[in-house]
Design a protein. Structure first.
Length: 150
């Protein structure tokens, strides 16, 4: 498994409740651009449209050698899931405050592009501050322990 891109902002702004793997319908120039790592997941999310799940606001940069046959960078891309997974996600996403966000795009061992989706709840600003304080304290503790072992 080769990780192409991760959504670090998602872990800071959301509380991840559960994750699942989905396929993604792409054109040839999008796959080539993804293999070069030219993708941004920062502001992207998944949304339901007529019973299907789509990845919205994911920026896959145009492939430099694709000429006039290049793709549109910000188009919505269909996510490929089984019907029972879609039904379960539909029910959970309609709960108050829950959203579906991508956390990772990667190539699996067969060379297929997969995306890891997370069912998440947005954090409040005070929760973000608490997480930052906790991480700073842990960093200081590790630094002190390192000094003592020298």
């Amino acid at each position: 498994m080769k990780v192409i891109a991760t959504n670090k902002v998602a872990y800071r702004n959301y509380e991840i409740l559960e994750t699942l793997e989905a396929g993604i319908a792409l054109t040839g120039s999008e796959v080539k651009s993804l293999r070069e790592g030219r993708v941004s997941l920062k502001e992207s999310y998944a949304d339901f449209n007529q019973g299907e799940l789509f990845l919205v606001d994911c920026n896959i940069s145009p492939y430099h050698a694709a000429n006039i046959f290049n793709h549109e960078p910000m188009r919505s891309r269909k996510l490929l899931l089984h019907r029972r997974e879609l039904k379960r996600l539909t029910g959970k996403a309609q709960e108050k405050g829950l959203t579906i966000i991508p956390t990772k795009i990667y190539l699996n061992d067969r060379g297929l592009v997969k995306i890891e989706l997370a069912l998440a709840r947005g954090k409040k600003t005070y929760e973000k501050r608490e997480a930052l304080k906790k991480r700073d304290i842990e960093r200081e503790i590790r630094a002190e322990m390192k000094k003592r072992w020298r």
